[in-house]
Design a protein around this ligand. Structure first.
Ligand code: F6R
Length: 605
């Protein structure tokens, strides 16, 4: 999703705006722009495409400003183009915006009716016009901003420059996050802590409805009612080092390799290795609920489905899992003793957040499994169940996924003990197995060469099927999603047993089938499915363990992952699937960290 930065600096800001926009690239974008105050006037540079295009525009026409705003745009209203890139300007006002102004068409018609002329197809331009109208009517900038905000329906984080107010940047948030950074004689606003992290560690998170004015010395923050408020300043851990690629070629590769650490850091919040006990942070009584309703999108949804397999089988607690975009609009029937659990890396995904709020409004207990601990979901859910994967920069989710599965596995054990399904000895045994996951994740990374050897088979395919049984079924869907995203090859994940009910019609010699099958209780059945594929000349890539490899048909291409207990197989077997997608993406020369059309955090519907 779009990224925002605003700086009231004492030194030139162009370089820092560009540097920040690069850090925000991970959110996904298709154009970018900056505006700065130059000699009392606001000037803009904007470009379609990558940040380097914007840099070229700045090299051709430097922007010698110490106060400025910048934006990466992921197109919603209006095609990606320099003209639709932000900042959008009207009169004295320039605006960078993340979100969607839902009533923009009505506002635009109204403004045009008063003689206002629009230059772009964006919804954002109405905000600039509304503020400019207020200024023209004699309002001070913050009053004009507030009056404009009161007219808007929808979601936004804004950064605003006003010509004639050279040391001022205004900001506002509703629905999309915005932080304030406190420097030495300099102030910042940005989409997240990573935006302002390299400039200052002192950050305040704005609340819903807040708007803010920053100048050289202070931030004046006002709440939705217009009352002056203070928001606590926190020291952020999101140091710039965490967002460097190090020796890796792509963030995706780095984040796949981060997984042993991410899993370990996450488990540290859930598992006491000495006592052999699993517990939700802060304690949660799974006896007090009779059902879990998991709500999530994309990869987080697949993590939720894996959680269902684990929690139902271990703890006997019924779990429903639904994509949030469906759940929020279909008037679901939920029982009062349901715990609603949102799962989200960003904690800002619009559909998941809305589904969580829907449950809260109906009085359900709520929890959020979230990686961004200051996000809206983290703050709004009744309980925060953190994943500690660190910032995930690649648009494709990898380490956040395994961290989510780690949390759900630990919760399954805790719930099983609380609900009397396992005794303390069995809990200790399960916890010991779970604690092996970081080491086995590290071992799983060693399949890299084996994966490379089969990736060409996938890279030249037009369609790829992924099959799995049990918890390997949602993992197969996740593997297929990873491949689609990074390589643009069509891929689908199916329950292996479901194949003969339709998908088998797709099998031919040009359609590779990736089968995820550790040698567990279902392995025999999956072997039969492999035979069915091979009988139709489908090339099979079997991701299994050593015992599985020993029983595989000789024609199958093998990727042999470390043997592990079924409890942690979804974690261990995620790695070969992620590496396969990554290597196919690299092989195809794809934009691995920022695939086309994708945004890291989907804060619009
Ligand atoms: C896939 C991917 C997306 C996200 C989805 C939810 O690689 O990244 O499918 O998983 O958009 O995002 P969060 O977890 O931030 O709610």
């Amino acid at each position: 999703m779009c990224g925002i930065i605003g700086i009231v600096g004492v030194e030139p800001v162009s370089g820092r705006l560009i540097e920040t926009l690069r850090r925000l690239e991970y959110r996904g974008y298709d154009s970018a722009g900056v505006a700065g105050v130059v000699g009392g006037h606001v000037e803009r540079r904007r470009a379609k495409g990558k940040i380097r295009e914007l840099e070229a525009a700045l090299a051709a026409q430097p922007l010698d400003a110490t106060v400025g705003i910048g934006h990466t745009r992921w197109a919603t209203h209006g095609a990606p183009s320099a003209g639709n890139a932000h900042p959008q300007t009207a009169g004295r006002v320039s605006v960078a915006h993340n979100g969607i102004i839902e009533n923009f068409a009505a506002l635009k018609a109204e403004l045009q009716g008063r003689g206002r002329v629009f230059q772009s197809d964006t919804d954002t331009e109405v905000v600039a016009h509304l503020i400019d109208e207020g200024l023209a009517a004699g309002q001070e900038p913050m009053a004009a901003l507030k009056a404009a905000l009161d007219r808007l329906t929808g979601a936004y984080a804004l950064a605003v420059l006003v010509e004639g107010h050279d040391d001022l940047v205004m900001g506002a948030r509703r629905g999309s996050p915005l932080v304030v950074g406190y420097g030495e004689g300099e102030m910042f606003i940005g989409s997240d802590a990573l935006a302002v992290g390299p400039f200052t560690k002192r950050i305040a998170y704005l609340e819903e409805g807040d708007h803010v004015a920053i100048d050289h010395g202070e931030a004046r923050i006002f709440d939705a009612a217009g009352a002056r408020v203070e928001r606590p300043i926190q020291l952020v851990a999101a140091s710039a080092a965490l967002v460097e690629k190090g020796n890796y070629r792509h963030f995706m590769e780095k984040e796949i390799h981060d997984q042993p650490d991410a899993c370990q850091h996450t488990l540290a919040s859930y598992v006491d290795p000495i006592a052999g006990r699993a517990e939700a942070p802060g304690g949660f009584d799974f006896q007090a609920v009779d059902r879990l309703q998991i709500l999530a999108c994309g990869t987080a949804y697949y993590a939720g489905l894996i959680g269902k397999y684990l929690i139902e089988s271990l703890a006997g607690l019924p779990v429903d899992v639904e994509v949030a975009s469906e759940f929020r609009y279909r008037e679901a029937a939920v029982s009062p003793d349901t715990l609603a659990v949102a799962i989200s890396q960003s904690g800002e995904t619009a559909d998941t957040l809305a589904a969580l709020r829907w449950c809260k409004e109906r009085g359900l207990a709520t929890a959020a499994v979230v990686n961004a601990h200051e996000s809206s979901m983290a703050r709004e859910a009744g309980v925060l169940w953190p994943t500690n994967a660190g910032p995930e920069i690649c648009v494709l989710s990898t380490k956040a996924f395994t961290a989510q599965v780690s949390v759900l596995t630990a919760l399954a054990i805790a719930a099983a003990r609380q609900r009397g399904r396992i005794d303390e000895a069995e809990e200790r045994r399960r916890v010991a197995i779970l604690l092996e996951a970081p080491r086995l994740l590290a071992q799983a990374l060693a399949v890299e060469d084996q994966v490379r050897a089969v990736s060409h088979l996938v890279a030249r395919a037009r369609d790829v099927l992924y099959l799995g049984r049990g918890a390997m079924f949602p993992l197969a869907m996740e593997g297929a999603l990873k491949l689609k995203e990074v390589s643009y090859i069509h891929a689908e994940g199916y329950a292996a047993g479901e194949m003969k009910h339709g998908p088998i019609a797709l099998i031919d010699e040009a359609t590779p089938v990736v089968v995820v099958a550790p040698s567990d209780a279902l392995f025999e059945k999956t072997l039969s499915n492999i035979s069915e594929v091979m009988a139709r000349e489908g090339p099979v890539i079997l991701i299994t363990d050593e015992a599985g490899a020993a029983r595989a048909p000789p024609e199958a291409k093998l990727v042999v992952a470390p043997a592990c207990d079924p409890l942690i197989a979804p974690l261990v077997f995620a790695v070969p699937l992620q590496l396969l997608a990554y290597q196919v993406g690299v092989f195809k020369g794809a934009d691995v960290d920022q695939p086309r059309n994708l945004a890291k955090s989907v804060t619009v519907e």
